[in-house]
Write a protein that binds this ligand. Structure first.
Ligand SMILES: CC(C)(COP(=O)(O)OP(=O)(O)OC[C@H]1O[C@@H](n2cnc3c(N)ncnc32)[C@H](O)[C@@H]1OP(=O)(O)O)[C@@H](O)C(=O)NCCC(=O)NCCS
Length: 470
């Protein structure tokens, strides 16, 4: 457990009265190992930020053009996000580590003696929060902590059970996540007057609590809407987060599906801060809304078809294509179908990206999984995903407006789920939503540790623009 000598400097800096000190050190003494690691990482980050501010507060990071303002703020460097950085050519790096680096370095199911071989989302969470690669023992401890917190309060179960089956699973997911804020440690501490320097601690506790509970929320929705799983959301304390998730969904007997979910959830965790879900949680969290409310808002953004819902849209598009030209379609037929989609004014889901200008490394990671897994390799849908990924960039590349004709992660993700038996497309974005918390919530913890202010960019009217651009 945490020794008093290593009480986080963030608490020391707060010059808190003795009573609050005791409360802070008490909470640290019972903290998980991950919390200890975060407490150690925070003062170093605070110092680095302080040094940057002291030296560069007025240094320009670039101009703002009218194009940026009208173009969804693309390219504007306007937020701090520690977990990952997205490079247009190289793709995502989590604290500098690419997906192949993570696959090599992060503790996997195999390292923990579990069935399977893929990296564990718990390992990714540790990396995202601390910037460090955890040991297998540290990940095992984190898995056990998440398992101990995974059960839903009965009032949330009742709320989920009251939703009509016809309500989209993402709407249910966001509503149930918001309702979990009934027990928010941050809200309770804020009401009692917690000091600003200590905000990160209950934010961390809420974040871990929410990450632990998201699989049970998702599984209950899956059971209610699609009748799969046993509806009980029982949690095995000896299993990892996704081992339990897979069990709850009714796929626990499939090592392949469980391992696929581990990879899926690890690589969807974070994609820097500017995407709709990540930015939404950051924005809402900047008002000091608790992690449950902030992440609920993120889920509502993820539910949009240009963002997370694209993984559902891809399957709808594939189904339409199979109905129209059959399962064994030729390259020419697929090319024509792609051209017809574009000509009809619709987007080809799973292709393009606001930042990336190369194939998405997350797509490559899933493709690699498909190629290396005999039970998936020859599945018709998986084969079609691979086939389309070679033709679509050529067709989309002919358009002079589409900046990135390559596949993104959504082009591949649904095929694996379908092949393993999860054929219910309207649940796919929920699986994504279980994952995105791994990146969005650590950012809330860091934003509070670094004392970031409420977000408040300046908007302009057409009239104001006309005047200022005269
Ligand atoms: C992801 C996405 C929203 C990025 O949008 P963006 O940053 O505006 O992309 P671009 O700058 O390349 O867009 C320029 C134009 O090309 C179009 N375009 C981009 N990707 C396209 C696609 N896959 N199919 C058809 N048209 C596309 C845009 O709709 C836009 O058209 P418009 O000028 O008529 O509005 C866009 O590529 C898209 O809609 N893709 C399909 C949905 C998807 O897969 N989303 C998940 C992303 S991880």
């Amino acid at each position: 457990m945490f020794a008093l000598t290593s009480v986080p400097r963030v608490a020391l800096r707060a010059s808190a009265p003795a009573k609050q000190w005791a409360a802070a050190s008490q909470s640290i003494r019972h903290a998980s190992t991950l919390k200890e690691a975060v407490a150690e990482a925070i003062p170093k980050k605070q110092e680095r930020l302080k040094a940057l501010k002291a030296k560069h507060s007025n240094t320009s990071l670039g101009d703002i053009k009218l194009d940026n303002l009208l173009g969804g703020m693309r390219g504007l460097k306007v937020m701090l996000w520690e977990g990952s950085v997205l490079d247009a050519e190289r793709g995502i790096a989590f604290h500098g580590k690419s997906i192949p680096d993570c696959e090599k370095e992060l503790p996997s199911a195999k390292d923990l003696g579990l069935k399977g071989k893929e990296m564990l989302p718990e390992s990714m969470l540790w990396l995202l929060l601390t910037g460090e690669v955890p040991t297998a023992d540290q990940v095992r401890g984190l898995s056990a902590e998440l398992a101990s917190k995974g059960k839903l309060p009965s009032y949330v179960e009742k709320i989920i059970d009251s939703f009509p089956k016809t309500l989209h699973p993402m709407t249910q997911f966001a509503a149930a996540t918001a309702a979990l804020n009934h027990d928010s440690a941050f809200s309770a501490a804020y009401t009692k007057g917690i000091k600003k320097a200590e905000y990160w601690s209950p934010t961390f506790d809420d974040s871990i609590d929410l990450i632990a509970k998201l699989p049970a929320v998702a599984a209950r929705i899956y059971y209610n809407v699609h009748g799969k799983g046993d509806g009980k959301q029982a949690i095995d304390p000896n299993l990892d987060l996704i081992g339990n998730f897979s069990n709850m969904l009714g796929y626990g007997d499939s090592v392949g599906m469980t391992d696929f979910l581990r990879l899926y959830i690890a690589i969807h965790g974070d994609h820097e801060g500017g995407n709709v879900s990540a930015h939404t949680s950051h924005l809402v969290g900047s008002a000091l809304s608790d992690p449950f409310l902030s992440y609920s808002a993120a889920l509502l953004g993820l539910a949009g078809p240009l963002h997370g819902l694209a993984n559902q849209e891809v399957l709808v598009w594939f189904k339409g294509m199979q109905e129209s030209i059959g399962q064994e379609a030729s390259d020419q037929q697929i090319e024509k179908y792609l051209e017809d989609t574009l000509a009809s004014g619709r987007v080809v889901p799973g292709y393009g990206h606001a930042v990336l200008r190369q194939p998405d490394p997350r797509f490559s990671a899933l493709s690699r999984f498909y190629e290396q897994t005999p039970e998936l390799r020859d599945q018709p849908l998986v084969k079609m995903v691979q086939q389309v990924s070679k033709i679509a960039p050529v067709v989309l590349g002919r358009s002079n407006k589409i900046k990135n004709p390559f596949p993104n992660v959504d082009a591949a993700s649904g095929a694996g789920l379908t092949a393993y038996g999860m054929t219910e497309m309207n649940f796919y974005t929920v699986v994504f939503g279980v994952s995105r918390a791994l990146g969005a919530l650590p950012n809330l913890v860091m934003a509070r540790a670094l004392g970031l202010p409420i977000e408040r960019p300046k908007s302009m009217s057409i009239e104001a623009l006309e005047k200022s651009l005269k």
